[in-house]
Write a protein that binds this ligand. Sequence first.
Ligand SMILES: [Zn+2]
Length: 269
Amino acid sequence: MPEGDTVWNTARVLHRALAGARLTGSDFRVPQLATTDLTGWTVRESASRGKHLLLRLAAPDGAHRTLHSHLRMEGAWRAYAPGERWTARPAHLIRVVLRSPGAVAVGYHLHEVALAPTAEEESLVGQLGPDLLGADWDPAEAVRRLAAHPDATIGEALLDQRNLAGIGNLYKCEVLFLRGISPWTPVRAVPDLAGTVTLAQRLLAANRGRWTQSTTGSLHRGQTSYVYGRRAQPCRRCGTAIRKAELGERVTYWCPVCQPERTRRDDAG
Ligand SMILES: [Zn+2]
């Protein structure tokens, strides 16, 4: 599942494949950019902001533009050697192809593909909160933004990228398990918001640079999470069956014993 760490890894793959290269061809299979041709453009760098991918380019006339994409649930970018077969996904899912002398980058199932002046990048990524994997990560600002909506459930607040950017459903579920917090707890009743935010950042950072996401420390299949994707399986701490239910627009997984419901902060003691 593409969360902040996966997007960070993807940005690095694109950077290694294309940074500094002059594009020899492009193919956009999205209506809004169908006539765009980036031949002759130079790739300056590839970066991530939360779950957004930003490929920064320079046009032959020197103008700086950013190619934005979002992976959502199914998206992926792959880098291939010239002449190598593109085998990662079915061809009908290809949305963007960028060719350079040394590599071909293929974007599958991408969303929000857009090209805008780099100076206006902020308009592409929306009102993102602090990026957990960004150079400018600011935990105090993330806590401030979360606390500004005290009645929201913590499960939904952690997914709201305007509060902090990079947490998807897997890390949300896992962080709340590790902190012993029910996903339905209102933000105002979370005993230690700063500790929750800090743990989320540590989990994402620990998974940078690899494609298997683990919150347990194990990279073995079936052992990489405490609650996410484990409905009806025994809790790794107490043996109780893990539950799954809808919360807002997403499903959530939790252990009803390790993550008791709280409505007031003083219930914590
Ligand atoms: Zn448990």
